[in-house]
Design a binder for this molecule. Structure first.
Ligand code: SF4
Ligand code: SF4
Length: 737
C-alpha cells in the first residue's frame, strides 16, 4: 500500500505550553516528510477525531502519526480502521516528566517524531490471519470431575458446544468418592450433590460426553485443533476451538511421608482420602476391628508445606479435616476429636466452618511437628502445644487421620517425587497406573506433548497476572490441576477457564491474538527463502507456536501465536517480521535519533522498554509528574524477547552512548508476560557483551534491568545511575562516524 502520511500534534494536556509546536511541525513535514501536519487543542475530542477522519476520507490519508498522549490511553478514540498508525507519546513521556520549554525537552520530542516517522515508513497495514479451513468454536473439556463438569455446563450455557472426555468409566471425579462436602456458605457439612451436576451435563444436548476415554492426540491450534478421542478401542475426531484442561489431582503418596507420622505402622493410621473411602463404605469405625471410635486425632499438613515433600499448601486439607471431624462428632458426640495443626487455613467465609467444628466440640492444638508412636495396638501422638507451651501426649487413639495434600496430574513426568534420591534413599517412582503429564493431551507440538508447568508441575503460566493461561495458547487449566483447591473454588475456576476458552475462540475467529496482546491482528511472517533451518525460532517460541518439518523448516501455526516477537528476536537471519513490527523498522527508528556530537555533552541513552511493565512504569513517572533523565529515548518493545542484537549494534555504531534494556523479572518467579522473553533477551545480551569487549567498547554501555510496573519510584534513579556511569565512561568513540 502506498503511504499517504499525516501527522497530528495535540497541543492539549500541557503539550502546547511546554514545546515549540511550530518546530515540531517542521520536523514532521521536513524530516518525516508527512503530506499533512495538523495541530489540535484536544485531539482526543470528537472534533479532533473528526479532523483526522476528514483527512482520511477527503485527502486519502492512510498513515497516521498521532503525537499526543501515551498509546496506553485513548486507544478507542484513535482507532481508524484501514489506516497504519503510530502514537508518539509526547504527554506522559515528554512534557509530563521534563521541564517545559527547555532545549533538552524539545530535542526529546523531536526525536520521538523522527522515530515515529521512520517506523511508519516500514509499516504495512496488518491483515488478520484467516486459516483456510472452517473455524470451530467448540470447547474440549478434559476431565469429568466437578471442574470439568462445571466448565462444560458453563460453555453450554453461553451457547457453545462442549466435548467432555473423562478417563474413568463414570463422571464425577474425586467428588464421586465422597459423601459430604465442605462448601459455601460453610455453615454446616453439605450432602454431596455431584449426581445432580452429572445429570445436568448428561442431559445437555450441547455437551458430548466420552467416559472411559482419553485424548489420543491434539494437533493444530486454536479454532483448528484436530482432536482424536479414543474410547473402547474406537477413535472419534473433533475439530475444536479451545481446551479447558481439568485433569485434576492425585493425593500425595502417603508411603513417602516421614516415618514419624506413622503411616503404614498401623491400619488405624489413615489418610484423609482413606477416611472418605471409609465414610462412603458406610461406617466410621476403627479400621483394625470395626469398633466404635472413642479418640481420634487429625494431623494437618502431612507432607504439605514441607520442602522435602510438597512445598506448597494444598488449601483444601484444613476444610476437609474440619468436615471429617464434624462428621465424627455428628456420628457420635462422645467421641473425642483433636485437630493438630500448623496453621488453620480457613480464609474468608470458610472461617464459619472452623467455628462450626469448635461448636461441635472438636479440640484444636497448634504444633508444627507432632510425632506418632505405635506400640502394639496403642497409638499415641506426642506434640508441644504452642499455645499452652506444654508437651502433650494424646494416647489411646483409635484413629489418626493424616491430612495429605494434592499433586496436580500434570506433575507426573515432572514429578516432584521423582527427584534425585538422597544418599541411602531409594529412587521415587511414579506408580505404573499414573497418567503421565505427556499422556493427558498428547499435543502434537514440536516442543513436546505436555502442557509445560511451573516449578511444582502446575501448568498455569502466570498465576497473578493471567490466571487460566498456559504456555499453550487456547489451552486453559482449571481446578486442582491449576492450583490445589476445594470444590467451591473449583466451581468458580471452571467458569473462569470456560470464559477464557470462549474469549479465545472469539478472538481467534477474528484473526486476533489473545492475552496479553488481545485484539492484535498482526502475526509473524517468515521470508523462507533465507531460512537456514537453524531451529532457533522453533525452540525459543514461548508458546510452542512453531512446528517444523523433517528438514528443520519452521511451520508456523499462527492461531497459536501470541504475537510476542520472540521468534523475530531469535532469528539470526532476521527473516521474521510483523506488518507493523520488524527488525528493519526498529533499526530505522533507532538510526533516526539525532545524536549530538561529544562536544555538546548531551549523551544519548536508548531504552528498549517492554510494553507490558517497563513502558507503563515510565508512563507512571509522567502521571506523577516525576522527572526523568532527558537523555533517554524510549523504544517500546512487544517483549524484550523480540530484541535482536542488531538493535544494540546499530545504536552503538551510531554513537548512542548506552543501551538499557528494561524487561520483566525472569527466573523461577518470572513476571515476563511472554514467559521467557526477558530471560532470552538477557541471554542474548550476555553474547553482545563479549562482542563489545572484543571491540574495546565498554560492556557497561549495555545493561539489562528488571522493572515491574510498580517500580516507577525507583525507575528515575535507575536511569540517572546508568547515565552517570556513561558519563564516567566518557562519550561513545563511534560518535560522528
Ligand atoms: S515467538 Fe511469539 S510471535 Fe513468534 S511465533 Fe511464537 S508466539 Fe508468535
Ligand atoms: S530462526 Fe530464522 S533462520 Fe532459524 S529456522 Fe527460524 S526462520 Fe529459519
Amino acid at each position: 500500500m502506498e503511504h499517504k502520511t499525516a501527522a497530528y500534534i495535540c497541543t492539549g494536556c500541557g503539550i502546547g505550553e511546554a514545546l515549540d509546536i511550530e518546530k515540531l511541525s517542521q520536523v514532521a513535514t521536513k524530516e518525516c516528510k508527512v503530506a499533512i501536519c495538523q495541530t489540535h487543542p484536544t485531539l482526543c475530542s470528537q472534533a479532533g477525531a473528526e479532523l483526522i477522519k476528514s483527512d482520511i476520507e477527503k485527502e486519502g490519508v492512510n498513515t497516521l502519526m498521532i503525537a499526543a498522549c501515551s498509546p496506553r490511553v485513548m486507544y478507542d478514540v484513535f482507532n481508524f480502521e484501514g489506516c497504519i498508525m503510530d502514537r508518539v507519546n509526547l504527554r506522559e513521556q515528554v512534557v509530563w516528566c521534563q521541564p517545559p520549554n527547555e532545549e533538552d525537552t524539545q530535542m526529546m520530542a523531536e526525536d520521538y517524531l523522527r522515530m515515529s516517522g521512520a517506523k511508519l515508513k516500514g509499516m504495512e497495514l496488518p491483515e488478520a490471519f484467516k486459516p483456510e479451513r472452517e473455524l470451530s468454536k467448540d470447547i474440549l473439556v478434559v476431565g469429568g470431575g466437578v471442574t470439568g463438569l462445571t466448565a462444560a455446563l458453563e460453555v453450554a450455557k453461553a451457547g457453545y458446544k462442549a466435548v467432555l472426555v473423562e478417563k474413568e468409566a463414570q463422571l464425577g471425579g474425586f467428588q464421586k468418592k465422597v459423601t459430604d462436602k465442605a462448601t459455601f456458605p460453610y455453615k454446616d457439612v453439605k450432602p454431596n450433590d455431584i449426581d445432580a451436576l452429572i445429570e445436568l451435563v448428561q442431559k445437555n444436548a450441547n455437551i458430548k460426553v466420552y467416559t472411559g476415554a482419553k485424548v489420543e492426540e491434539i494437533a493444530g491450534g486454536p479454532c483448528v485443533f484436530d482432536v482424536k478421542v479414543k474410547q473402547n478401542g474406537t477413535s472419534a475426531e473433533h475439530q475444536i476451538g479451545a481446551v479447558v484442561m481439568a485433569a485434576g489431582w492425585e493425593p500425595y503418596d502417603p508411603a513417602k511421608l516421614d516415618a514419624k507420622l506413622g503411616y503404614g505402622q498401623s491400619p488405624n493410621i489413615i489418610t484423609n482420602v482413606q477416611f472418605e473411602e471409609m465414610k462412603l463404605a458406610g461406617s466410621l469405625a476403627r479400621p483394625s476391628d470395626g469398633k466404635a471410635l472413642k479418640n481420634v486425632a487429625f494431623l494437618q499438613c502431612a507432607g504439605s508445606r514441607d520442602p522435602e515433600h510438597l512445598p506448597y499448601c494444598s488449601t483444601a486439607c484444613c476444610l476437609t479435616s474440619l468436615k471429617q471431624a464434624i462428621l465424627i462428632k455428628q456420628d457420635n458426640p462422645d467421641t473425642n476429636v483433636f485437630i493438630i495443626y500448623k496453621e488453620m487455613r480457613t480464609p474468608g467465609q470458610s472461617e464459619d466452618f472452623y467455628r462450626k467444628a469448635q461448636h461441635s466440640g472438636v479440640i484444636f492444638a497448634r504444633c508444627q511437628d507432632p510425632t506418632v508412636k505405635v506400640s502394639g495396638n496403642d497409638i499415641t501422638v506426642d506434640f508441644v502445644d504452642e499455645l499452652l507451651g506444654e508437651s502433650v501426649s494424646l494416647g489411646d487413639l483409635d484413629l489418626v487421620v493424616l491430612a495429605t495434600g494434592m499433586v496436580p496430574m500434570t506433575a507426573f513426568g515432572e514429578d516432584p517425587r521423582a527427584k534425585e534420591p538422597k544418599e541411602g534413599e531409594e529412587a521415587s517412582e511414579v506408580p505404573a497406573d499414573t497418567i503421565l503429564a505427556s499422556d493427558i493431551l498428547n499435543l502434537q507440538y514440536r516442543q513436546g506433548p505436555e502442557l509445560p508447568g511451573l516449578k511444582y508441575g502446575f501448568p498455569d503460566s502466570h498465576f497473578i497476572c493471567f490466571p487460566y493461561e498456559s504456555r499453550r495458547t487456547g489451552i486453559y487449566p482449571a481446578g486442582c490441576v491449576r492450583r490445589p483447591m476445594g470444590v467451591a473454588n473449583a466451581t468458580e475456576d471452571a467458569a473462569g477457564a470456560a470464559m477464557k476458552a470462549i474469549q479465545c475462540v472469539e478472538l481467534t475467529s477474528r484473526g486476533a491474538a489473545v492475552h496479553p496482546r488481545a485484539g492484535d491482528v498482526t502475526y509473524p511472517e517468515f521470508f523462507m527463502q533465507r531460512c537456514t533451518q537453524c531451529k532457533r525460532c522453533t525452540e525459543e517460541c514461548p508458546f510452542g507456536a512453531i512446528n517444523e518439518d523433517e528438514k528443520g523448516n519452521p511451520l508456523p501455526q499462527p492461531t497459536r501465536c501470541r504475537r510476542c516477537g520472540v521468534c523475530m528476536g531469535a532469528c539470526p537471519e532476521r527473516i521474521i517480521s510483523f506488518k507493523n513490527y520488524s527488525v528493519p523498522m526498529i533499526g530505522d527508528a533507532i538510526k533516526s535519533i539525532n545524536v549530538p556530537d561529544e562536544y555538546d555533552e548531551k549523551p544519548r541513552i536508548l531504552v528498549l522498554a517492554c510494553e507490558n511493565d517497563a513502558y507503563p512504569a515510565l508512563d507512571m513517572l509522567g502521571f506523577r509528574r516525576m522527572r526523568f533523565n532527558p537523555w533517554v529515548r524510549v523504544m517500546s518493545m512487544r517483549c524484550l524477547g523480540s530484541l535482536n542484537l542488531i538493535f544494540v549494534a546499530d545504536s552503538l555504531s551510531k554513537g548512542i552512548d548506552g543501551v538499557l534494556l528494561l524487561g520483566c523479572q525472569h527466573g523461577d518467579n518470572y513476571q515476563c508476560h511472554f514467559i521467557k522473553g526477558s530471560e532470552l533477551a538477557n541471554i542474548r545480551l550476555s553474547k553482545v557483551k563479549e562482542t563489545l569487549d572484543r571491540l574495546q567498547l565498554e560492556s557497561d554501555r549495555v545493561r539489562f534491568e528488571s522493572v515491574s510496573i510498580t517500580d516507577y519510584n525507583t525507575l528515575a534513579k535507575l536511569l540517572d545511575e546508568f547515565s552517570d556511569r556513561l558519563v564516567e565512561i566518557g562519550p561513545n568513540p563511534y560518535k560522528g562516524f
